[in-house]
Design a protein around this ligand. Structure first.
Ligand code: PHE
Length: 375
């Protein structure tokens, strides 16, 4: 008798819930049906709870029937859900049309930031010379940023590159555990040399960080690094490569350059490269005078022959391989080439600045067209 009652109860419940599912015409209503049927306090759940009071034989058959009901209802809900979603998508597709024939409004066209433009120009020049692009992390460790580059702990040259320190990495030991924001892209030299076999011929771009702030320093700025390691490489290769580079970049064929001795722990000898410039008559003009004389010099990058200790730290035998490295500030290169006076303005996100100093994405200068835009 009881069996009979329960059976018809299940049947009625099934048809009731099935018609509620069919009547649910949005996802919210469907979810309400799901909760009242299958939720914690739902109708099917309530019936399930009565199983406990039944004798084992009955519980077995009832249990099976109720489980089958649960599965059927869940399948019906799923089917209805898919149908509702399809319907919603059809409605969206019908209502959201786009007129692709409208022409773009040029006054609203964005501009390429001078940093991106300069990175592309630098890449094009060095790619022509056969360099490939390498990358490394902004969050470095003391080992890659300093020690492996021949600035051991306590070295005075570390003081010139004060940065932002992060909590120690508990998974690393010693200097590798000391995390910091990289002060230069030279750390990428180490990562690259440790991961690959020589010869090496790479450039690398990236953000670098130092705790400085004034007209010519910002806490974050961009650098480009270059590294060439091969057999029989000497200072003449360094000078030739960089001379070709600055002449191509500034688009001045006979731009006078000079190398001035300088110190960086990871190169020996080390130098800074200067280009000729003149401040006569106000403003700054790059290049020498027509008669070949030079009025003044402007420092543009650091460079040198990679120190044997650095090569050894990267498992390279300095008696077999030698090479050179160079590094420069990308903002500085952009400021000199495009006449931008204040470094801080690069990061103020002022659209008027970007409209003025940025580049039209469809007509940006490249190595073939030369600089079309001068300020
Ligand atoms: N890393 C140096 C700096 O940030 C630049 C440099 C790179 C110098 C490579 C020499 C060789 O000042």
């Amino acid at each position: 008798m009881l069996k009979q009652r329960m059976f018809s109860e299940i049947k009625t419940l099934k048809s009731e819930i099935a018609s509620e599912i069919e009547a649910a015409n949005d996802l919210k209503a469907l979810d309400d049906v799901r909760v009242t049927a299958l939720g914690k306090k739902g109708r099917i759940t309530a019936l399930m709870k009565t199983l406990g009071a039944m004798d084992p034989e009955e519980r077995k058959t009832k249990g099976q029937e109720l489980n089958a009901l649960k599965d059927e209802i869940a399948a019906l809900i799923e089917k209805q859900e898919a149908a509702l979603k399809r319907q919603a998508m059809d409605e969206r597709l019908a209502s959201e049309t786009q007129d692709v024939t409208l022409s773009p409004r040029s006054s609203e066209m964005g501009h390429i930031h001078p940093i991106s433009q300069t990175v592309e120009e630098l890449t094009a020049i060095f790619a022509d010379m056969g360099f490939t692009v390498a990358e490394g992390p902004d969050i470095e460790d003391d080992y890659h940023n300093f020690t492996a580059l021949n600035f051991p702990p306590g070295h005075p040259a570390r003081e010139m590159q004060d940065t932002f320190f992060l909590p120690n990495d508990p998974e690393e030991d010693g200097e590798r555990a000391h995390k910091l924001l990289r002060t230069h892209t030279s750390s990428v030299q180490i990562r690259h040399m440790q991961a690959h076999k020589p010869p090496h011929k790479i450039i690398c771009f990236g953000r670098t960080y130092r705790s400085d702030y004034d007209m010519t320093h910002t806490p974050m700025f961009h650098q480009m690094e270059g590294l060439l390691i091969d057999k029989d490489i000497h200072m003449g290769h360094l000078k030739g490569c960089l001379m070709d580079f600055v002449r191509a970049f500034f688009e001045i064929d006979n731009l006078p350059v000079r190398l001035r001795p300088s110190f960086f722990p990871f190169v020996e000898p080390g130098a800074e490269m200067d280009i000729a410039c003149s401040r006569k008559g106000g403003g700054l003009r790059l290049g020498g005078n027509p008669d070949g004389s030079v009025d003044g010099w402007m420092e543009i990058l650091g460079c040198g022959m990679v120190h044997p200790n650095v090569l050894k730290n990267c498992g390279i035998d300095p008696d077999t391989y030698q090479g050179f490295a160079f590094g420069m500030g990308i903002e500085r290169m952009a400021m000199l080439k495009y006449g931008i006076p204040d470094l801080r303005t690069f990061f103020e996100s002022d659209v008027r600045w970007l409209r003025h100093y940025g580049f039209d994405p469809l007509e940006r200068p490249n190595n073939a067209t030369g600089v079309q835009k001068t300020t």
